[in-house]
Write a protein that binds this ligand. Structure first.
Ligand code: BGC
Length: 732
């Protein structure tokens, strides 16, 4: 009793939590046993690390999204929580001059289809966070792309749960390998921003488990994050932050998640209900929530018996377990300068592997090295590359290359990283004349286009947290600019720097299109090297590219856009597509997109041969060979799709892939184990994954839209045992 009231010094021998040989659970429990009630209550909430209403930041806070003070007598470090998944942020320059390396956007990393590249990006961010003194990075952004208008798609990893979960899981592992806790967020179904603090994402249990929840599960099987951030929105009417089924039942009990669940900033709505539902830590409630629920109201709830005292211990144990399991406890950050050159090399490598060559019918790209006159148009390509806005926005060395574009306040400012594609092109083409026009005057641009050997037009689409895009279109008349330039010179290549898919009314009139996403601080160099063939493009779309809104499950949604004319809807009906997100929707409806999921061209050609599929007990393996049949070294991403038996609600699922780099003439044998998640369906009543059995097709293809080659297999009915931290295995 005394120990819970009066903190007292502890004899060294009692400090069981310092014994590294014990499990993180045992150490965390030993710590909690030594904590007072006040200490526990202090651990289960964070303060806004930037201070209240422009006031001073909390004492000890470095200046970031969240801060929980240390408990020095027990050796519990302060929690310094920093955003986010595209680098370490410095909101409003609160830590003057402390810049970090802006990483490429989430879809760009996903376009590499490379867990190794995703890991390297995570390790880069984790290392920078650690050297800046942060021990929690609010990264691991993993909401599925259900709609190209979602304002935060640039933070996420596309539409497929297996691809997104695998790559984001690898990134989280990269972060945590640096002894920094990563979150996975936003759990779950925060797939649109409009009305995000109130709207209800409505969807059936099975569909949710086979789509958005599956992405989280897959990521957790790669790496268990120290923490999970609950979403803002409601799911089937209940706020994510107090959703007992999702937090307590699915995440903690069914999946065995051992870390802590923290609320999004403004996403906590109650004390007893949230605590009983599984929320473990309230984030910055004094600024963003109606009340600091996890202090006085929770104390009262425990005193009144509506929350069990054991739950408070569980909450504190989970926070500590997350810190201990990731090494954040034993390896506290040490302030040191970041290694700018090494870390920017990771950015460039990611961008070079993630740029997608969408269109190149007559081989305009790569541009010939002896090209004499090139015109670069628009997109502020003379200054830099665009980035997305909101809490994930990272300001890098050199600051903002194009200041003053509205909105200059939240969720802005609009930032261009100082990595000029124009300068990079000029550096690679010393003999050529490379001119630039900003594209504001169409006549001027098309006149100049008529006078050169080749044109590269840059088009940008800014997108940001808290708002959705009003439509899919390129803004500010950029379609008209591209059309005018292409009319003057068909040898026009278009470089898109966008949140995601945009319609291309001019597509048949241009020579080539590259999707360069938001490519990060070395984007200009990466784009130039792909344009000139120094790098052979190998990115593959992690999203389906629709022709336009008419192909989406919800062509019209109320309240979208920067200046919504009407209030947002109260609910978003995701039952329309359910688990059939993206390419599954297109297959189910027989729709032809502009570009299918998985699409991406190369400057070389690849041939597949000897395709076989074997059912080996509980496992299904695909074997084939890949040969580079062209004249350049390059990487390919052969993809395996599972075709479900007739009558199944989902027609097709990505089941595996392999990114493989080959010299001209080189040929390699590949073996890919199909993901058990692609084979199995979720049964919400039995709460288990089950293969109903039957006749399945396995397709080796270049994209979801490619007929490829199909092998048929017979699968017996089977139930899968899956826990996080262990690769899924099939029960006999
Ligand atoms: C975002 C989170 C972010 C948090 C802290 C929220 O608005 O949704 O992703 O981590 O703010 O800045």
């Amino acid at each position: 009793m005394l120990a819970t009231l009066v903190p007292r010094p502890l004899p060294q021998t009692a400090r069981a939590w310092e014994q590294r040989a014990l499990t993180p659970d045992a150490r965390a429990r030993a710590l909690v046993a030594a904590m007072t009630a006040d200490e526990k209550f202090r651990l289960i909430r964070s303060d806004f690390g930037l201070g209240v209403d422009g006031g001073p930041r909390p004492e000890g806070a470095l200046g970031s999204a969240g801060y929980t003070p240390a408990i020095a007598r027990l050796g519990i470090p302060a929690l310094q929580l920093a955003d986010a998944g595209l680098g370490v942020t410095n909101p409003a320059n609160i830590r003057p001059g402390d810049y970090a390396t802006p990483m490429p956007s989430g879809p760009m990393t996903a376009s590499t289809w490379s867990p190794e590249i995703a890991w390297a990006g995570g390790a880069t961010m984790g290392r920078q966070a650690w050297r800046k003194g942060f021990n929690v990075l609010l990264a691991g952004s993993l909401n599925l792309q259900r709609d190209p208008r979602n304002g935060r798609n640039f933070e996420y990893a596309g539409e497929d749960p297996l691809l997104a979960g695998t790559l984001v899981g690898a990134s989280v592992r990269g972060i945590q390998d640096q002894h920094v806790v990563s979150t996975l967020k936003h759990f779950a179904m925060n797939d649109m921003e409009t009305g995000r603090n109130t709207h209800s994402a409505d969807i059936g249990a099975r569909a949710m488990h086979e789509s958005d929840l599956l992405a989280f599960r897959v990521a957790m099987e790669v790496e268990e994050p120290g923490a999970v951030m609950s979403a803002y929105n409601r799911i089937n009417g209940t706020y994510a932050g107090e959703h007992a089924e999702l937090l307590d039942r699915v995440l903690k009990r069914d999946w065995g998640f051992g870390g802590w669940v923290l609320s999004d900033w403004g996403g906590a709505h109650s004390a007893a209900q949230a605590a009983n539902a599984g929320l473990d830590q309230q984030s910055a409630g004094e600024v963003f929530d109606k009340e600091v629920w996890f202090d006085r109201p929770l104390r009262e709830a425990i005193a009144a018996g509506t929350v069990a005292p054991a739950r408070l211990d569980d909450m504190a144990t989970r926070v500590l377990r997350g810190l201990i399991a990731t090494g954040a406890f034993d390896h506290p950050p040490r302030i040191a300068p970041i290694d700018v050159a090494a870390d920017e090399a990771v950015v460039q490598r990611t961008a070079e592997a993630g740029i997608v060559l969408l269109h190149n019918p007559d081989g305009l790209l790569p541009l010939a090295k002896d090209v004499r006159r090139v015109l670069v148009v628009g997109g502020h390509a003379d200054r830099g590359v665009i980035a997305g806005g909101g809490s994930s926005a990272v300001l890098g060395r050199g600051g903002n290359a194009v200041e003053g574009i509205a909105p200059t306040t939240w969720p802005g400012p609009v930032v261009f990283h100082p990595s000029s594609p124009l300068a990079a092109l000029r550096a690679l083409l010393p003999q050529a004349e490379v001119r630039f026009v900003d594209g504001r005057d169409l006549r001027d641009a098309s006149r100049a286009a008529g006078e050169v050997d080749a044109v590269v037009v840059f088009a940008t689409q800014w997108s940001a947290e808290s708002v959705d895009l009003p439509d899919m279109d390129l803004p500010q008349g950029q379609d008209a600019l591209i059309a005018a330039v292409a009319e003057a010179n068909p040898r026009t290549a278009v470089v898109l720097e966008t949140n995601g898919p945009v319609p291309m009314p001019w597509r048949e009139d241009v020579g080539a299109v590259l999707e360069a996403w938001y490519p990060g601080i070395r984007g200009g160099e990466a784009i130039a090297r792909v344009l000139l063939g120094e790098v052979n493009p190998s990115g593959r779309l992690p999203v389906t590219w629709p022709t336009g809104l008419e192909q989406l499950p919800r062509p019209a949604l109320p309240g979208l856009g920067f200046d919504p004319p009407q209030p947002p809807g109260d609910a978003i009906d995701y039952t329309i597509e359910g688990a059939n997100v993206g390419y599954r929707w297109f297959a189910a409806r027989g729709l032809e997109p502009l570009y299918p999921f998985g699409h991406g061209l190369s400057y070389t050609t690849f041939a597949y041969d000897d395709f076989r599929v074997r059912v080996l007990g509980p496992e299904v393996w695909a074997y084939f060979s890949v040969a580079n049949t062209g004249a350049r070294r390059g990487a390919d991403v052969p993809q395996l799709y599972l075709e479900l038996p007739a009558g199944h609600p989902t027609p097709v699922r990505l089941a595996g892939w392999q990114r493989i780099e080959l010299d001209p003439g080189e040929r390699r044998e590949v073996a890919v184990r199909l993901s058990p998640h692609a084979l199995a369906d979720y049964d919400p009543d039995a709460r288990r994954w089950h293969i109903p059995g039957g006749r399945y097709g396995v397709r080796l293809a270049r994209s979801a839209g490619d007929a490829g080659e199909v092998r048929r297999i017979e699968l017996p009915p089977r139930t899968l045992e899956m826990r996080i931290g262990s690769a899924p295995t099939a029960a006999p």
